[in-house]
Write a protein that binds this ligand. Structure first.
Ligand SMILES: Cc1cc2nc3c(=O)[nH]c(=O)nc-3n(C[C@H](O)[C@H](O)[C@H](O)COP(=O)(O)OP(=O)(O)OC[C@H]3O[C@@H](n4cnc5c(N)ncnc54)[C@H](O)[C@@H]3O)c2cc1C
Length: 394
C-alpha cells in the first residue's frame, strides 16, 4: 500500500473519533467515514442522560463490570484508564465531576460541547470526515468500498473499523457490517440486547397508575446474583440500572422470576419490629408508609404479587423479596447496548483482525458487554485508543 495513504477510520462514534484524535496527533493522515449524515449520533443521545463518561470506583472493581471480557479488556483499560479519559475530556475544555454514585459526568451534562471541541481539533489537523458514507466491504483490488452515492473506493494504509454494535439502529450502528466480515472469515457472535428492559404482565391498574415512576434504593435478586440500585416501572415492564447490571444473567434465564427487596438496608427482623410498632387501627398502606417509608409504588408492587399477608413475619418476608416475573427482554432497537460482535479469538493483541491483516477493530463492535455507569463509553474510548496506538507502531 501507498506509504502516504491515509489511515481509514470507519464509523464516527466515540471509538472512531478518539482513534482519529490519537492518530492525527501523531501526524498521521486520517480519513473518517460515517454512514449517517452527521457523526456520533449515539454519543449525542447518550449525552441526553447527562453523559455518564466513566466511573470512579477502584480499578479492581471497575474491571469486573466487563464480566467474561474483563481479561481481554484489562490491558486496554489499564493503558487508557478512567483518569485518562477524564484528562482527555478536560483537555477538550470539558470539566468533569463525580456524582454521588461514583459515576463521572462532564459539568455540561451533555455530549455536544465535547464533540464540537474534538471535531474542531480534528479539522485543524486536517482529518477529513466523510458523512453519508456507508462502508460495504472491499473491492477486488482491496480498496474500501462504499454504498452508491458515497465516496469512491478508498485505498488506506491501514483501516480501523469502529462501527458500533447493533442497538438503537436508527442512530447509525445497525450491525449490518457483520456479514461483510463473516464473508472474509471473521467470527462474529450474534448480537443480543444488553442494558435493556424486560416485559412484565402488570395489571392494568398498576400500569396506568405507576408507569414512569422509579423504584428507588431497592435490591434485585436473580439466583445467586444481587444488585442494589434503581428500576423504573414502564408500561411494558421494568427497566433501569439495577436490571441492566444483571443483563447477561437475566437474558440467559428469561422468562425468570426475580425478587425485589424494597428495604435492602433493613433485615427481615428489623422490618418485623417496625411493623410491630404500627397503630392497630391503621390500614395496610398507611402502616407501610408510616412504619417503613414505602412509596405508593412500592405498596402497589406488593399488591401485584397478590393480596399481601397481614401477619408481620410473612409481610416482612414479602417486602424483602417481592416476586416479579420477567417474561422477555425488549428487542435490540430499545437496548442501550448490545452483547455479541467480533469474537476475541478473531483479533490479535493489537485488535487487528487475524483474517485481515492491516484491519483493526475497536469499540462496541467487539464482543463485550457491561452495565450502564460509564463502562460502555470507557471501553469504547479505551479500545479506540489502543487500536490507534497499534496502527502507529506498525
Ligand atoms: C440511549 C443511550 C444512552 C447511552 N448512555 C450512555 C452513557 O451515559 N454512558 C455510557 O458509557 N454509554 C452510554 N451509551 C452507550 C454508548 O453510547 C455506546 O456504547 C458507544 O456509543 C459505543 O461507541 P462506538 O464508537 O463503539 O459505536 P457507536 O457510537 O455506535 O458508533 C459507531 C458509528 O459507526 C457508524 N457505522 C455503522 N455501520 C457503518 C457502516 N457500514 N459504514 C459507515 N459507518 C457505519 C454508525 O453510524 C455510528 O456512528 C448509551 C447508549 C444509548 C443508546
Amino acid at each position: 500500500m501507498n506509504e502516504n495513504a491515509a489511515v481509514a477510520v470507519i464509523g464516527a462514534g466515540p471509538a472512531g473519533l478518539i482513534a482519529a484524535d490519537v492518530l492525527s496527533a501523531a501526524g498521521k493522515r486520517v480519513a473518517v467515514f460515517e454512514r449517517m449524515p452527521s457523526v456520533a449520533r449515539k454519543f449525542l443521545i447518550a449525552g441526553r442522560g447527562g453523559l455518564n463518561l466513566t466511573h470512579s470506583e477502584p480499578f479492581e472493581r471497575f474491571i469486573q463490570r466487563y464480566g467474561d471480557a474483563a481479561p481481554q479488556l484489562a490491558p486496554m483499560l489499564r493503558a487508557f484508564t478512567p483518569s485518562d479519559l477524564i484528562a482527555w475530556a478536560e483537555g477538550l475544555g470539558q470539566e468533569t465531576f463525580v456524582g454521588s454514585s461514583g459515576r463521572v459526568f462532564p459539568k455540561a451534562m451533555k455530549a455536544s460541547p465535547l464533540l464540537r471541541a474534538l471535531l474542531r481539533r480534528l479539522a485543524d489537523r486536517g482529518v477529513a470526515i466523510h458523512t453519508s458514507a456507508t462502508w460495504l466491504g472491499w473491492d477486488e483490488s482491496g480498496a474500501l468500498r462504499f454504498a452508491h452515492g458515497g465516496p469512491p473506493p478508498f485505498r488506506a494504509s491501514a483501516t480501523l473499523l469502529t462501527l458500533g454494535g447493533a442497538s438503537w439502529p436508527r442512530l447509525g450502528s445497525n450491525g449490518l457490517w457483520a456479514e461483510a466480515l463473516r464473508e472474509r472469515g471473521v467470527e462474529v457472535a450474534p448480537f443480543r440486547p444488553a442494558n435493556v428492559g424486560f416485559n412484565v404482565a402488570w395489571s392494568e391498574h398498576f400500569r396506568d397508575r405507576f408507569a414512569g415512576q422509579p423504584l428507588k434504593t431497592i435490591a434485585l435478586r436473580c439466583g445467586a446474583h444481587a444488585v442494589r440500585g434503581e428500576a423504573m416501572v414502564t408500561r411494558y415492564g421494568l427497566e433501569g440500572g439495577a436490571l441492566y447490571a444483571l443483563s447477561a444473567e437475566l437474558r440467559a434465564r428469561a422468562p425468570v422470576t426475580i425478587h425485589i427487596d424494597l428495604k435492602p438496608a433493613l433485615t427481615k427482623a428489623g422490618i418485623e419490629a417496625k411493623l410491630g410498632k404500627a397503630k392497630p387501627g391503621d390500614s395496610l398502606s398507611s402502616t407501610l408508609r408510616k412504619a417503613l417509608g414505602l412509596s405508593p409504588l412500592a405498596v402497589g408492587l406488593l399488591h401485584e404479587a397478590g393480596p399481601p399477608p397481614r401477619e408481620a413475619a410473612a409481610l416482612a418476608a414479602l417486602i424483602k423479596a417481592v416476586p416479579v416475573r420477567l417474561i422477555a427482554a425488549q428487542g435490540l432497537e430499545r437496548a442501550i447496548s448490545s452483547a455479541g460482535g467480533i469474537a476475541w479469538s478473531a483479533v490479535d493483541e493489537d485488535l487487528q483482525l487475524r483474517a485481515l491483516p492491516g484491519v483493526y477493530v475497536a469499540g462496541e463492535m467487539l464482543d463485550w458487554e457491561a452495565p450502564t455507569g460509564g463502562y460502555l463509553l470507557q471501553a469504547s474510548f479505551a479500545t479506540g485508543v489502543w487500536a490507534a496506538h497499534a496502527i502507529l507502531s506498525r
